[in-house]
Design a protein around this ligand. Structure first.
Ligand SMILES: Cc1ncc(COP(=O)(O)O)c(C=O)c1O
Length: 368
């Protein structure tokens, strides 16, 4: 039996009770609102967790990367969505080859779908599909306000008709990511709903009724049913949650399943200690709310994790509830868990302080 405090550090630790509760809650939410759940695996990057999501009723899995799609094939998902505008012949070929492996669903719908916002990218996918003898699903990406990828809502019909004219592709609907809405603002959610409903209506009128309307970030997770016409959600962070999710009001601290166990490596000043994890362990992501710090110490929330070098974490103890000594181990909830997971090789699943499961982060570093 290995207790969490006996693990070598840094170690990414998951509270299994919390993770299981998060997984169940979202599965129940999706089922009760009749929303298809296609969770984004970029947060956990692990086959084991993907399999748990599928076992709880997920209709498929979402990835950002072609190589992540190749890894997630191993989870046994019936369908994969690449929620990133894939560009490049090599990627198109690899996705077409995955489509060949997954085949089509009973009603003929392709089981690999790609978000796209350029005719250039769509043509590459169409050509790769032709060579592989498959069809690929397409979701048109719409920019609903984030200012990242996606065609403007007003261009949705023209772009959809351009993609629909290409052979070997099935235009299944549209996708959006409301990453600009980090709080639970009624007005912003109402505006989002209005935009999505308008795009949907215009597509229906133009003869392209969307089968799939895919959205649903973790910050807006439990408001997804308020977005008119939305029928699919693909949250990622919800499985573990992090300080940014707490800051956005989508969960409480008790819903954060992930923390990084680190050791106090140096404590040469009464108000400062150094732990053995820095930016290569936690990532440098700041709090989206603009607050200070790189994480929250579970053992002393008043301590401020104010600075990082690659391997050194600087903790200011001036307002800490207690002191520590060299060799102590502390757990820190990261600001942004998705990037932290990508830095770790193994994850330690813990229940009641005992390590119950150790799993591999199979898709870590899968960037192409
Ligand atoms: C396109 C897309 N879909 C879904 C997600 C999942 O969102 P979240 O991590 O907020 O759950 C992300 C996250 O970055 C994303 O970029």
């Amino acid at each position: 039996m290995t207790r969490v405090q006996d693990l070598d550090t840094p170690a990414l630790v998951i509270d299994l009770d919390i993770m299981e509760r998060n997984l169940q809650r979202v599965a129940d939410y999706a089922a009760s609102h009749k929303l298809r759940l296609r969770p984004h695996t970029k947060t956990h990057k692990s086959l084991l967790i993907a399999q748990k999501q599928l076992a709880l009723g997920a209709a498929g899995l979402t990835v950002a990367k072609t190589t992540e799609a190749e890894v997630m094939l191993g989870a046994g998902a019936g369908e994969l969505l690449v929620a990133f505008p894939v560009i490049g012949e090599a990627k198109a070929r690899r996705l077409a080859s995955i489509a060949g492996i997954l085949g089509k669903s009973a009603d003929g719908t392709p089981r690999v779908t790609i978000a796209i916002d350029s005719v250039f990218g769509a043509k590459q996918l169409s050509q790769a599909a032709e060579v592989a003898g498959v069809r690929l699903g397409i979701l048109v990406e719409i920019d609903v306000g984030l200012g990242r990828a996606g065609v403007a809502p007003s261009e949705a019909v023209a772009f959809t008709s351009a993609v629909a004219a290409l052979p070997h592709l099935d235009c299944l609907g549209f996708t959006f990511y409301p990453g600009h809405i980090k709080d639970q603002s009624e007005q912003k959610i109402a505006e989002l709903s209005e935009t999505v409903a308008r795009v949907r209506e215009e597509l229906v009128r133009a003869g392209y009724p969307p089968k799939v309307v895919s959205g649903g970030s973790t910050p807006l997770l439990y408001r997804s049913h308020e977005v008119e016409g939305l029928n699919e959600i693909r949250p990622g962070t919800y499985v573990f949650n992090d300080l940014n999710t707490v800051a956005g009001g989508a969960c409480n601290l008790e819903d954060c399943a992930a923390s990084v166990l680190v050791t106090v490596a140096s404590h040469t000043h009464p108000e400062r200690m150094i732990v053995d994890g820095g930016s290569k362990t936690f990532s440098s992501d700041k709090l989206s709310s603009g607050g200070p710090g790189h994480g929250r110490l579970l053992e002393a929330p008043g301590a401020v994790f104010h600075k990082m070098n690659e391997e050194h974490g600087f903790i200011d103890l001036s307002a800490a509830e207690r002191d520590f000594t060299v060799g102590d181990k502390v757990r820190i909830i990261p600001n942004h868990i998705c990037v932290a997971v990508n830095l770790h090789e193994y994850v330690y699943g813990v229940r009641d302080g005992v390590v119950e499961e150790v799993w591999n982060v199979e898709a870590r570093g899968k960037l192409q």
